[in-house]
Design a protein around this ligand. Sequence first.
Ligand code: PMP
Length: 353
Amino acid sequence: MSGAEPRPGLRDVAPYISPQLGAAARLNTNECPHPLPEDVALEMAEAIRELPLHRYPDGQLRRLRDELAALHGHRADGTWAANGSNEVLTQLLQAYGGPGRRALTFEPTYLLHRRICWLTNTELVGGELGDGFLLGSDQVEHAAAAAPDVVFVCSPNNPTGNAQPVDAIGALAAALPSSLVVVDEAYGEFSPRTTALPLLATQPNVAVVRTFSKAFALAGARIGYVLTAPSVVEDLQRVRLPYHLSALAQTAGIVALRHRREASDVLAAIAGQRDRLLRELDAIDGVTVYPSDANFVLFVPPGDPATVWQGLLDRGVLVRDMTAVVPGALRVTAGAEHEVDLFLKALGEVLVR
Ligand code: PMP
């Protein structure tokens, strides 16, 4: 045991762990169930082989930012990327949160938002979503009264699955013109009609955060990005580490963007499995299932959720225990068809026991 004293309170905090257990169907972390097509993987490998890896990468990520900006019809100087959207969120809090500053989350939502507040010494201001886990005028009023420096909105929301009304996000941004409204759209590609991206034209205090980890089948490459006002990107430049995003990740992102059309076929297949999960779970007696605009479904099984979770794992299906966030709830990712088959069969067996 080292005698070195860590930051006060550090040892009261458990590491963030999502179990990576060997299971036939890993439906616990909302990744894309399909690997990159072989030709895309080869093109990526070729592009990476040609990199001058003895040199530092482009610290300004110019090419990747240009391509992302073109994809969204946004300005390159208002576009920024980092190692997964978790790092983008951390950089946003390093720049807009910090000691003496406050951030608001609407619970239940993605646990990392709260964790990044702790990490950056940002005081957390509690808020709650309304009925149906929705953001509405009550939440806007609550936020306006609390006047935090940063507000998080997750849409589609993890773990509940529902997208938030863009009007409400716009009202939030309008009510808090000197706060940064961070819209975490990690699952945005699954719900294209409810994106907050159009708000960027009128609300310079909105930052829309996205990722390559879900729809782009690149969770292993760790690439996330943000679309926002150029002044926000300038502030992120002040907190980023030098050369924070490797040449490998930048190149992987650029190649993946070239093949985004193939990626949209995969999205349709995943949405199909999500809808199937919604229908099949709804048809099971005693199961409560929540609507989803994402690539996962939250449900409350009858009986003890821990027993159901273990029963599924015993049958080769790993889902996420969300009981700490939504009482009694488990979350299942919309996987490949055979994985969803396995899940439904296993759940049927566990529930009749
Ligand atoms: N936001 C939300 C809502 C998520 O669910 C996740 C992944 N679980 C992330 C951000 C982080 O994704 P990544 O760091 O892989 O981009």
